[in-house]
Design a protein around this ligand. Structure first.
Ligand code: B12
Ligand code: SF4
Length: 433
């Protein structure tokens, strides 16, 4: 028997997640000193309905926390329903995570199995909810900030909860509760939250704030050491939105890795305007072998329109620097943005090829290209303003919001043209080209 069961529902169209659910790991960490907690990742652990029912019967959790990401939202709702059927009405079901944070009212109204939605960062909200349920403290649920629930068919919002200011004060995610061997990228770590930029297609800043709340380098190094020594992890991926935003901190972290003689390799994601040769140099020395950048478009007009704040010259230069310093480079593009047309998408293809050609000159590691189809995500500017921008949503089945198939017509491109363009940009490049 356990107090709390935290569940990552299976994500549609992904065979399994390659990354442990760190958000749930963080929540477990603040709970585990006081309560018994278990985490299941249904996709990675291949847990189907009947196994879920067995787990529920065996563990009889008093509280269930379900994580909601866009393509896992529907399955999360089904799980909540099953849990109430198996355990009865008394079990408290909390849903939290990026998707439900922006869809709290409709989720509660249409799914009576969900008792509470916790908005934004969940660590301390969940802790208070569990304490309310199990210890009766606080006595009244209305005193818990950052939640939404139904009472007599009325939607009740409690006071807002601020973002966690000092992320160093949050314990590291409970990796011992994950089945780490199941994940390709088990070395994923988050060294800060939030993003100071506000690209119109992205929900990041409305979710985690328009400020990068960086953890101190000492705190990050401590977690890297824990992962290295306790969990034998030697391949890391730093999954922050913009890891290299603060140069000084990057330097401190890299010097820390070098000083500790940790035999690791790692990769990170960042923006092209946060890349410079000096940082790349020390990053390489500290084991960084790959960088993923969000390029989004090869058209300067589109880049301006989406609010990315970068241009194609900056992109080319930054990519050249990464390739030159011997790291592999990942470039992600979005096709079918609200102002995109056939020509602007071709410009992306052209830029991608120019970037790949840099590598031929230098004989460097791989350049990988990732194209996704523009998919308006709740919480993003484009989702909120879709009608105004001529974006017609063809499908409201969240399972289809997988970035691989179009769920929209834009004013310049139909969904079938988008499909065609997607096929074209992903076609292998012919030798003569
Ligand atoms: C790092 C990251 C990833 C990493 C790692 C994710 C992971 N498993 O931890 C990778 C690269 C794998 C990834 C993949 C995807 N991601 Co992502 N990712 C992010 C990013 C940049 C940071 C997330 C993060 O780690 N934050 C810090 C941790 C601690 O937060 P968290 O995991 O969200 O959990 C907190 C809260 O959400 C909440 N919470 C979460 N679950 C629960 C459950 C309960 C019960 C409660 C109460 C609270 C709660 O509390 C947690 C602790 O504070 C965000 C952008 C952002 N700034 O949020 C996008 C973001 C979350 N990702 C997004 C998407 C769409 C995806 C993909 C579906 C994209 C794709 N097609 O591949 C996949 C999903 C696969 C997966 N397994 O997660 C969207 C989500 C939009 C939405 N409406 O759902 C975001 C917001 C970015 C965007 N494009 O706008 N992602
Ligand atoms: S796309 Fe990247 S830089 Fe832009 S708002 Fe999202 S996380 Fe920030």
């Amino acid at each position: 028997l356990i107090d709390v069961l935290l569940i990552l529902p299976p994500l549609r169209d992904m065979e399994r997640s390659q990354v442990p659910p760190l958000g749930l790991g963080y929540i477990a960490s603040v709970l585990k000193n006081e309560f018994t907690v278990k985490i299941i990742d249904m996709g990675a652990e291949k847990i189907g309905k009947s196994e879920l029912i067995n787990i529920l019967k065996e563990e009889c959790p008093k509280v269930i926390g379900i994580s909601s990401i866009v393509t896992g939202h529907n399955s999360g709702l089904k799980i909540a329903k099953i849990a109430k059927e198996v355990l009865g009405q008394d079990v408290m079901i909390i849903m939290g995570g990026p998707q439900v944070t922006f869809l709290s009212e409709e989720t509660l109204i249409n799914n009576l199995s969900i008792d509470v939605v916790a908005l934004g960062e969940g660590e301390y909200t969940v802790k208070e909810l569990v304490s309310h349920k199990i210890n009766g403290i606080p006595k009244c649920i209305d005193d818990i900030k950052g939640i939404v629930f139904l009472r007599d068919n009325q939607v009740i919002y409690t006071d807002k909860r601020g973002m966690i200011e000092d992320l160093d004060s949050v314990p590291f995610p409970s990796r011992e509760l994950f089945r780490l061997e199941l994940y390709q990228d088990k070395g994923t770590i988050i060294t800060g939250r939030g993003c100071p930029f506000s690209c119109k297609f992205c929900a990041s800043s409305s979710l985690c704030g328009r400020r990068y709340r960086a953890r101190s380098s000492a705190n990050v190094l401590k977690e890297i050491e824990e992962m290295y020594y306790k969990f034998n992890i030697t391949k890391f991926y730093i999954a922050d939105d913009t890891f290299t935003f603060n140069k000084k901190r990057v330097r401190e972290i890299c010097e820390g890795i070098i000083d500790r003689e940790l035999n690791i390799t790692w990769g990170c994601g960042t923006r092209v305007d946060c890349i410079d040769e000096e940082s790349l140099d020390i990053m390489y020395k500290a084991g960084c072998r790959g960088i993923l950048v969000g390029i989004e478009s090869g058209s300067d007009e589109i880049l301006t329109d989406i609010g990315k704040g970068i241009n194609t010259n900056q992109i080319y230069d930054a990519c050249r620097k990464v390739i030159k310093c011997g790291m592999s480079l990942g470039c992600s593009f979005i096709i079918g943005l609200p102002e995109d047309n056939w020509d602007t998408v071709l410009k992306s293809l052209e830029l991608a090829r120019r970037i790949q050609d840099i590598r031929q000159d230098i004989n460097a590691p791989a350049v990988s290209l990732y194209y996704s189809i523009f998919t308006p995500l709740p919480g993003s500017y484009y989702y909120e303003n879709k009608e105004k921008l001529g974006v017609e949503l063809l499908n409201t089945d969240w399972d289809k919001f997988n970035f691989l198939e179009p769920v929209i017509n834009t004013k310049n491109l139909t969904s079938s043209q988008l499909r065609e363009l997607y096929f074209m940009v992903n076609a292998p490049r012919k030798k003569s080209e």
